[in-house]
Design a protein around this ligand. Sequence first.
Ligand code: SAM
Ligand code: DTB
Ligand code: SF4
Length: 341
Amino acid sequence: MNTLQEQTITLHRPRPVVPHLAASDNAERWSVDAIEALFQLPFPELLFRAQTVHREHFNPTHVEFATLLSVKTGGCPEDCGYCPQAARYSTGVEASKMMALDQVLFAAKRAQEAGATRFCMGAAWRTPKDRDIEKVAELVSAVKGLGLETCATLGMLNEGHAEQLRDAGLDYYNHNLDTAPDFYGDVITTRDYQDRLDTLARVRHAGVKVCSGGIVGMGESHRQRAGLIAELANLAPYPESVPINNLVRVEGTPLANTAPLDPFEFVRTIAVARITMPKARVRLSAGRQEMGDAIQALCFLAGANSIFYGDKLLTTGNPDTQADLDLLARLGMQRGAPEMV
Ligand code: SAM
Ligand code: DTB
Ligand code: SF4
């Protein structure tokens, strides 16, 4: 375990800026067959390949800490089958109004003091209205003013929204493809895959870094898991940040009774994301509470270099911060920007 002094030094060390990726970072176009073949490699081979790629671009002992805050919770009109915030499912999540600036700043300062370097604000919207964007822009510039990297996930963006957020200081916009195109309709019917790609294109065009990933363990096939990674890896450029979520099975959602995914399959997904998107921050995202320390350690060996840090994701639980600090200490790893300086 680092001493408090060492931790403080780590916290205040200047962070290298994550460069925007360029289309040229995507020399390779991945076929679903090629990605499926990676998934089918013997586990030691797959991890060796993932680690080799990981070490070409990152210090493998460093993990980014990103903290989430739900600034507008529940009451969402969409029908995403995994989501506790969809108004149509009885999940016990109550709809609330958007949080006030001082509350958000308070949470951001706490996250920063606890060691987070990125702060991601989420809202349960299908698509934000113009006045929502204005309010979120205020939150973004206040959080950015603390010296944190900023991220927002607000649903589908309309023309001009990404630019407004960029001008307020937004570093990343999160919008997940969630799953493969041919499984998507089994999970969500109220927006289509192209809508998601359009939002990602707007974000990219505005010069905001792209955070996009998906969820595994929703009952998709092996090939569909490969299909999700292919879609992400073939974006040109691929996302700077790739959250891989393991479905959190929430009572009341249509996916509540989905059979749990083999944890090694989750580790494989991380490894394949690392190999196909070598310079991305690959985030071991939702589902850590159910995963156990050993599987999380395997995810780090497979190339994950970011986690959501804080007792809560948006509405569901996450390991407590001390458990994460202890886990990294037991592994001789540390929080911090993973890019090589
Ligand atoms: N409403 C916005 C949207 O859908 O883009 C932003 C918030 S939404 C909750 C962000 C992402 O959280 C989803 O795209 C999904 O990938 C992830 N997510 C939501 N519920 C989840 C669950 N039960 N398990 C794992 N990931 C989940
Ligand atoms: C992402 O890919 N996962 C995060 C973040 N981006 C916004 C959200 C996970 C949500 C898990 C369910 C919940 O807490 O409501
Ligand atoms: Fe709404 Fe986002 Fe949840 Fe879908 S994932 S129901 S859009 S909050």
